[in-house]
Design a protein around this ligand. Structure first.
Ligand code: PGA
Length: 251
């Protein structure tokens, strides 16, 4: 089958204000016409989502959240739910980013619940998986990624992956400038897809698996050329208009 359509999603993390987000989004809007072979999405901080969604209304660039609460509404001070993100104009939401897992104690179980809450709200979850450096060095990469995927498969079922995106993000490559080599990344992407093939071949062949971790315009082409790499989840490089567009153009 032909390769899946590339998705390049920008994870702005806790960066930006109204002025620079407006400039960034308007720049992307102007440049999108020259990105022919990739879908683009931006995931701003919660408070900037309405601004981005308003500016991007009618454009081909989608908006996503970076996190959500597992509940729909209620007494959860400081939290944001899936239905709220949907209502604000989001199409996607990142779940289980390694910073959420490491800094905010999100377990595989909580991540699976968030994945399900996202789909229940009509959002497409971008499920992040990936190993720590010490796990890679101990040859545990596949076991860790399998464990993270299994938590979601157990709760949501393989069918749910038909309406989701996976992002493989080796933790040691995030924000470090250290990218996985295309071969290292491809090996794990292939492992993920083969694991899913065992559950449902059609779902496995259709699901987009993004790479994340210091991906930028200069290394995007090689990574995106790998048979099982279907796009990127971009942190730092998504905050610069031309850099982000050039990752899309590399597809
Ligand atoms: P990075 O972040 O591109 O800055 O390494 C990627 C991510 O955390 O999603």
């Amino acid at each position: 089958m032909s390769k899946r359509r590339t998705l390049v999603a920008g994870n702005w993390k806790m960066n930006g204000n109204r002025a620079d987000s407006t400039a960034l989004v308007n720049g992307l809007k102007q440049g999108i016409a020259s990105v022919n072979n990739a879908d683009l999405a931006v995931c701003p901080p919660f408070i900037l989502i309405p601004l981005a969604a308003e500016l991007l209304k009618g454009s081909a660039i989608a908006v996503g959240g970076q996190n959500l609460n597992v509940n729909k509404s209620g007494a959860f001070t400081g939290e944001i739910s899936g239905p709220m993100l949907k209502d604000a104009g989001c199409r996607y939401v990142i779940v289980g980013h390694s910073e959420r897992r490491a800094l905010y104690g999100e377990s595989d179980d909580v991540v699976a619940q968030k994945f399900k809450a996202a789909q229940d709200a009509g959002l497409i979850p971008i499920l992040c998986v990936g190993e720590l450096l010490e796990e890679r060095e101990a040859n545990k990469t596949e076991a860790v990624v399998a464990r993270q995927l299994d938590a979601v498969l157990k709760l949501a079922g393989i069918g749910a992956l038909a309406n989701a995106v996976i992002a493989y993000e080796p933790v040691w490559a995030i924000g470090t400038g250290k990218t996985a080599t295309p071969e290292q990344a491809q090996a794990v992407h292939k492992f993920i897809r083969e694991k899913l093939v065992k559950a449902d071949k059609a779902v496995a062949e259709g699901v987009r698996i993004l790479y994340g971790g210091s991906m930028k315009a200069s290394n995007a082409k090689e990574l995106l050329a790998q048979p099982d790499i279907d796009g990127g989840l971009i942190g730092g490089a998504s905050l610069q208009v031309e850099e982000f567009l050039n990752i899309g153009r590399a597809a």
